[in-house]
Design a binder for this molecule. Structure first.
Ligand SMILES: NC(=O)c1ccc[n+]([C@@H]2O[C@H](COP(=O)([O-])OP(=O)(O)OC[C@H]3O[C@@H](n4cnc5c(N)ncnc54)[C@H](OP(=O)(O)O)[C@@H]3O)[C@@H](O)[C@H]2O)c1
Length: 306
């Protein structure tokens, strides 16, 4: 069982609920809430202490879209952590296509680049003992029913991944709702590579599934947001087995780090055509996820920005 766990994006949504569930496990000794906004983190910490009756939460200020902030946060950790949950992310804020100073889009920075730096730094400083979990999405292999197309890469070359991460592949047609899946696909492949590179640590990629009641769609264009968040997620999608509660979404992360049945290098998510229920190895749906050359190329491409 993991005693100390760091969660990125822990002040809201699935990250916060994951922190709550972990604190209810008696073996958990400390949960680090890695958040970019101190005021929001303090409110979340207070609520979590109140709800769990355990004062085991520590705030770490970390903006995962800013690599300097990530490095500073890792240096501030006095003790190694047992588990890392790379949960921060979503559809990239108000300007998802804008480039950061590292040269990637904000969509890539908040979902992927910061987490790559975080994991690299933790490993380099011997500060990760057991397991790292990356929050991916079924969007990484396409979700036809909600109009998310499977990422349609031509070659899966290093150059192609670079063009996905810096947005140049989508010039003039940057639809964050679609490109989100391409970034999660790149992240999923990167995790596959990490699993082969570091056999002594477990690298689990897990989708929380279609999870309602979070802020994940707040930055989408108005009509898409209203439809998906308020009509689709709450009314239509539960009937189609396309959305479940935040408790269920977060529980996938808790199980992902603590349950030995989840294996290193595997991407777990919902069965085809649903976004809820038991998880399966997603390479049963899309073989590309296990392609080692594609995994290497995604890893090299994202490191080109560090
Ligand atoms: N909800 C779903 O249906 C679903 C499905 C598949 C995958 N996922 C994935 O699950 C994860 C959590 O999603 P959610 O629905 O819980 O989203 P959410 O409610 O929007 O919460 C996202 C959290 O990440 C934080 N965050 C965003 N950018 C950050 C940054 N640059 N640095 C630090 N923290 C940052 C947010 O902090 P602020 O409050 O400061 O913005 C917030 O705490 C995401 O990676 C998402 O892609 C969600």
């Amino acid at each position: 069982m993991n005693k100390s766990i760091l969660i990125t994006g822990a002040n809201a949504g699935i990250g916060k609920e994951t922190a709550r569930q972990l604190a209810l496990i008696k073996e958990t000794e400390v949960v680090y809430l890695a958040c970019r906004n101190l005021a929001k983190a303090e409110i979340a910490k207070k609520e979590l202490i109140h709800e769990t009756k355990r004062d085991i939460f520590e705030i770490v200020i970390m903006d995962v879209s800013n690599t300097e902030s990530v490095k500073k946060a890792v240096s501030s950790l006095k003790n190694p952590i047992d588990a890392l949950i790379m949960n921060a992310g979503g559809t990239g804020g108000k300007t998802p296509e804008k480039l950061t100073k590292d040269g990637v889009t904000e969509l890539t920075a908040s979902n992927l680049l910061g987490h790559v730096v975080l994991l690299d730094e933790l490993i380099a400083q011997n500060k990760l003992n057991n397991v790292a979990l990356f929050a991916s999405s079924e969007a990484a292999r396409g979700v036809q029913k909600v109009g998310m197309k499977r990422p349609d890469l031509k070659e899966n070359s290093i150059e192609e991944f670079v063009s996905i991460f810096d947005g140049s592949k989508f010039k003039g047609n940057f639809d964050a709702y679609q490109i989100y899946g391409w970034i999660k696909y790149g992240g999923t492949l990167w995790m596959g590579n990490m699993a082969r590179k570091y056999p002594n640590i477990k690298f689990v990629t897990m989708s929380p599934g279609g999870t309602r009641g979070t802020n994940g769609m707040n930055d989408l264009p108005f009509l898409k947001r209203i439809f998906l968040k308020h009509i689709g997620m709450k009314l239509i999608m539960p009937l189609m087995k396309m959305s479940h509660s935040v408790e269920k979404g977060a529980n996938r992360f808790v199980e992902g780090i603590n349950n030995p049945k989840y294996k290193s290098g595997v991407f777990y998510g919902s069965k085809e055509n649903v976004l809820t229920g038991p998880v399966i190895d997603q390479s049963n749906i899309w073989k590309d996820l296990n392609n080692e050359t594609f995994q290497n190329n995604a890893d090299i491409a994202i490191h080109a920005f560090i």
